[in-house]
Ligand binder design. Structure first.
Ligand SMILES: Nc1nc2c(ncn2[C@@H]2O[C@H](COP(=O)(O)OP(=O)(O)O)[C@@H](O)[C@H]2O)c(=O)[nH]1
Ligand SMILES: [Mg+2]
Length: 461
């Protein structure tokens, strides 16, 4: 399939920067680029060697006025990201220059790319499969080194290879089964029901293993949200600052200082954790603080883990007890803060209120217990330990759903075999499993799936 028109976009983020890049891809890329660029060497863009940088001027095609001094990279098809001709203008990172350059390209026949359209072309032209294309986005969005590693492995095709092997195994069984169907009359079978069942079970086991990685995989990619909750002045904002090593949240001895929900990202055991600091959940007459309390409730709803903060230097208050009640509904850790001060929180009373939730003693002031806290958060969010060498993770719900469907179809295959159903029935379910696996890598192409995936990309990628 040859995509038709030539697309262009600014590939660098909006705003001022050292350099800014405009990209063009398509059959007309060189033709259009040649209208806005003049090389200092006097050579024409057609004569540039592929994959080299060339110095020159970006010019208005109408007036010939120089817009910027730029470097131009030409990547000739098929050795490019999209497998089409690509030209990149490396301009100074001025939003105005980039906009004028882009407009000049559009006036000369290029079309503004849709989000993700470069990567979509890479997929349609066979440069990447669908799982790899998704990994490009994961890589850009990665917030932890582990997340980055997983995305990179997926981009390099580790997941696709494993899925390819699984799919091939299924196709082989299907071919043998279907070959037999033509000869049912003669009583010839190419594969015995027993051998088929064994083959299916083995593959099913591998699919199950992949599904098992999905819990952690999703967490690695998307991260989790942890909300600090508790009475005013127990030290929520101080803990937020201590954990994120920033001065993000304002800390004072005045209750009700925090009004809005603040967020910071930290990494715990390779997992990106969005930490929310809230105003707390108290009843208040102050209108601004009341809005803060309402937002705290939102944060509570969004959070995967609640960090219920108590003041260890004070007795338990009725508000504390109400807060700890939430532990029944959500995963909760109890932080007994201000551990540097003399304790006034009787441990028996605390143990009763904690109802089995894990308790960690911390001091935002001295840093005591913060490592324990990070460990405890890690244990609370990861369903099972992350194997450091495990490189294949199912990180997308779309992949997980397809795998579960494949597994269910194989269950059906086994059931049909057990009930001695006709080979045609068995083949139907086996084929469904093959297609489900194929959907993940894009072998089985479904338009609305494609549109949904590439819509999430940024323009210029
Ligand atoms: N001694 C001691 N004081 C703390 C600790 N954490 C916070 N504080 C103090 O408690 C007060 C309230 O802290 P803040 O973080 O604003 O509490 P928040 O209202 O829960 O956000 C401030 O004066 C902090 O300096 C701690 O671990 N030890
Ligand atoms: Mg605060």
């Amino acid at each position: 399939m040859r995509p038709m028109d030539t697309i262009c976009a600014i590939a660098t983020p909006p705003g001022e920067g050292g350099i800014g890049i405009i990209r063009i891809s398509g059959d007309q890329a060189l033709e259009i680029a040649s209208k806005v660029f003049v090389a200092v060497s006097g050579r024409s863009i057609w004569d540039f060697e592929s994959h080299t940088l060339n110095y020159g001027e970006l010019r208005s095609p109408e007036t010939g006025a120089c817009l910027d001094e730029v470097l131009v990279a030409v990547m000739k098809a098929p050795r490019s990201y999209t497998r089409e001709d690509i030209v990149e203008f490396h301009c100074h990172g001025s939003p105005l220059v980039l906009r004028l350059g882009l407009e000049a390209l559009i006036r000369n026949g290029a079309r503004l790319a849709e989000p993700g359209e470069f990567t979509k072309r890479a997929f349609l032209n066979g440069r990447l499969d669908l799982a790899q294309a998704e990994a490009v986005m994961d890589l850009i969005h990665a917030r932890s080194e582990t997340g980055l590693k997983v995305a990179l492995e997926q981009l390099r095709g580790r997941l696709s290879e494993e899925l390819g092997r699984i799919r091939e195994g299924l196709v082989r069984l299907l071919v043998e089964l279907e070959a037999g169907i033509d000869f049912t009359e003669e009583g010839i079978t190419f594969i015995s029901p027993q051998a088929l069942a064994n083959g299916v079970e083995k593959i099913q086991e591998r699919i199950s293993q992949l599904i098992l990685t999905a819990d952690n995989g999703r967490i690695l990619r998307e991260g989790v949200t942890a909300a600090l909750l508790g009475r005013p002045n127990v030290g929520k904002s101080s803990l937020m600052n201590a954990l994120s090593r920033t001065d993000r949240a304002i800390v004072t001895a005045i209750p009700g200082t925090t009004r809005d929900v603040l967020e910071e990202f930290i990494t715990i055991q390779g997992v990106p954790v969005r930490l929310l600091d809230t105003a707390g959940l108290r009843e208040t007459q102050d209108e601004v603080e009341r809005e803060g309390v309402r937002r705290s409730h939102d944060a509570l709803d969004r959070a995967d883990v609640l960090l219920a903060v108590l003041d260890g230097s004070a007795a338990l208050a009725p508000e504390d007890l109400r807060l700890l009640e939430l532990g029944k509904k959500k995963s909760m850790l109890i932080l007994v803060n201000k551990a540097d001060l003399p304790s006034r929180l009787p441990s028996a009373e605390l143990a009763e209120a904690a109802r089995g939730c894990q308790v960690v003693k911390t001091s935002a002031m001295s840093g005591e217990g913060l490592d324990d806290l990070k460990h405890a958060i890690g244990d609370a969010i990861l369903k099972h330990n992350l194997e450091p060498n495990e490189a294949i993770f199912i990180t997308h719900l779309r992949h997980r759903t397809a795998l579960v469907r494949a597994k269910e179809s194989l269950d059906q295959v086994l059931l049909s075999l057990e009930r001695r159903m006709p080979a045609e029935c068995v083949a139907l379910d086996l084929r469904a499993a093959v297609n489900a696996i194929g959907e993940i890598i894009g072998e089985t192409k479904i338009d609305d799936v494609l549109n949904r995936i590439f819509k999430e990309f940024c323009i210029g990628k």
